[in-house]
Write a protein of this length. Sequence first.
Length: 529
Amino acid sequence: MAASRASKWSLQTRTLVTVVFLSLSVLTITDWLATLSTIHAIEKSMGEQTAKSAERLAFDLKARSVQQVPDYYQNQVRDILELEPDVIHVDIYAEKEGQLKLVQSSSTRKDRAVLNQERKAFFSGLPQTFTVESAAGSKIFSTQPLQFKDGRRGFVTVASSLRIVNDILAVHFRIRLYAILGTTVLLVGTIVLVFRATVYRSVQHLVKIMHRYKSGELSARADESLAGEFGELARNFNRMLEEIQGFSENLRHQVEEATGELTRRNRDLQQLNLQIYEAKKRLTQAERLALVGQVTATFAHEIGSPLSAVATHLQILLEDPQLDLRIRERLQLACDQIDRVCNIVETLLNTTRHKARRLPIELEEIICKVTRLLGPTLESRRIDFRLRTYGGPFLTEGDPDQLEQLFLNLFNNALDAITGEGKLWVEVHREPLSEDSNQYCFRIEVRDSGVGIPADKLDHIFEPFFTTKDFGRGSGLGLAIGKEIVKQHGGQIRVVSSPAKGTCFTILLPEVESVAAERSAAIRASNRA
């Protein structure tokens, strides 16, 4: 808030306030120090004079007894008061019966108590000069111990008023006030005139040029003939405007080039998205065809067995020689139709059978291939994709097309489960099948940070046509086909999911037997060595 108010002040106002504050501070501190020095000098001088008066009086009283003090006292005190007009009273004390008694005093009050400093001087035998503050004003006391002619001990105290110090302070205050007022008026007038003649005019000119340049007048330049340092400032300001203009031109060209490049990249991205869309479309069709084939094969298998049994029984009946001719003709007709149905079923089975290829496959290459296919989607949605491998190479045996379809289904399901930005991490481990086994398998973990799968649906996700997606977003065949692919490759698939932490699919696939044998041989050779 304070910074906001200060920023609203003009340069002239800030300079005025700063200079006046500093000047008045220096003037006040200097005057205060000079006043303290003067007061200290006056107090020291008055203390020395008071001490001399007390010492002189005490020296004269040593030649007299206590009874002679009153007669001698009046003349001496009169001389002291004439020579020292600031002396306010002179007191003489003597020891009587073990106590200090006032013998004579110039004060109208005779009941003043003995001060501690006076007692100290009396008992120590050393003179004391000190200042006492009171409601009536400051006083300087000088106590001089002595021993009278009759052997009694006592002391003389001369007190002087410091009224002159108060007078000096009052005079200095008036002088300081007049000096502050005069200095303030002089500084304000001088700074205002200087600013009006130089700074204000130059600054207004530069501000005007800034507004013209800001409004679009790019040819506006400052007058370089301004007085003093403002001329150099105007030259530097003009150079800065020229550099800004050149930078703006370069920036405009770069923006145009970047816009063209962005347009080209957008077109490429649209093409890739179109390819992905077509690939997903073909995959969906393939899933539907696979399901139809699975249903057809199941139907053919289930129908073929009872039809074969019926055909066998009919054949046995036809071999009976006692069978009536009309019944034999009807049985033959039924047998021919059953053979026809069996041929149709066999044709369906031959059509749906697919003999999977068995080739050595590098799992990391398959995963990378699928990742490249989904690369534009991962980048456009800012999905944090990571592939970590431990203990490669990862050679398994199977059909590369089917495994590619498996990981594509898993990755697409993960992307559908992630809303906005998220994570999709894949880890591949090589590990033994058991603690005492020399056979190894590959553990592939596919983790996502999606919405997860409810616990009551985990047991059904591998069933055909079962889906957790919204209506129209999934066919429910991807995981069913994926499980069948893993099963055909001699592996296992498991899933762990939490609505708050996402989903993790774990796939176990066996290592190629030849590679496993080579590893076992290498281990045995290493153990023998």
